[in-house]
Design a protein around this ligand. Sequence first.
Ligand SMILES: O=C(O)CCC(=O)C(=O)O
Ligand SMILES: [Fe+2]
Length: 364
Amino acid sequence: MAQPVYLGVEPDQAVKPVGLASWSPELVEYDKHAAYGVYVRTPSAASRAKALTIFGVSMAKLLFKRAIRYEFIPHDTRADKSLGGRMKFAGAAARNLFRGDDRAQRRAATGDQGRLGEHGIHVVTMPADRYEALAGVAQPEFDKLKARRGKSNGQRQFEESRGQASRTSQRDLFDVVEATLREAGVFDVASAYLGRKAGLIDVNPQINDTSDTFWRDIFPDAELSTLPPTAYCHRDASGGDLKAIFYMTDVDDRSGPFSYVVGSNRIAISRVDDLICEANDSNGLAGTDANARALFAALPKKLRQKGSFGNDLTPESALGREIGQGLWKVKAGKGSIVLFDTKGIHRGGMVEDGERRVITCVIG
Ligand SMILES: O=C(O)CCC(=O)C(=O)O
Ligand SMILES: [Fe+2]
């Protein structure tokens, strides 16, 4: 039987890979920003103390999670609250604690990293029969998710667009996803990039449509109602490295294309700055309502960093311009697989028309 063909997809001609070599907290000018400036100039002693406390507690939790590589422990093990489950969790955490430094391994990786190494994103399209097989096995999960989404009215957070499949209860789905990723060469590309054997950690079916609000209402204040061109652009806060997104519907300009700043995976960021971003993304201070902004602005300058910075960038800033030139909107048919480094700058699911279905997989 002939080998099934997975076709590579290249960025649009107009996309210009990012030229910035390194990240610095100065790239987002909070002191000059219309939504933050006033808070940066006049923080009260009480809000300074409160912000620092929130930051400190979240950083302690984050360091613990990173030490045990929490995000690499399978969801089934994390969710099992029985005594046996807790012991399994403790065992996995202890093993991870002594596993050695992934980042060092990654720096030493010498395999051919191809497009993923250069661009931070690698896209392939699968044959129709493979798509049909995956769609069939994923259907019950999408039906459940659709029913759940129907129940939540009004404001919907991003996480509510997403379901969580479990390797034990949704075995068939995990098996088909895993076989497809293997056949598509995604695990090989991911392993060469990470400098170790990559595997499937999490499978999350996701539905987005025009009723989603998570990306629209960023600054509730009336005078700041226009969305900046970089709205919702972010680097992930998770400790995971790579994600693979399966497009389960055709995705065009208006149905929320996943978008990636080509080459942004190579922007160097210090471990400390990255941890500061992750802490603020998880402690509520990275929010854009007035309360979160006031607290964020009350942090010392070095700590005023977030992974979800796109909402706070002005188009004329250096980083805003880079993103504008380098953003590849992946408009592609159903059956496309988008593998990307989650620490590069990206966004997705901002649906203006119709409905977009994807299956997002964490690869680690
Ligand atoms: O829904 C998307 O296309 C991207 C969402 C996202 O940022 C992610 O999965 O990390
Ligand atoms: Fe993301």
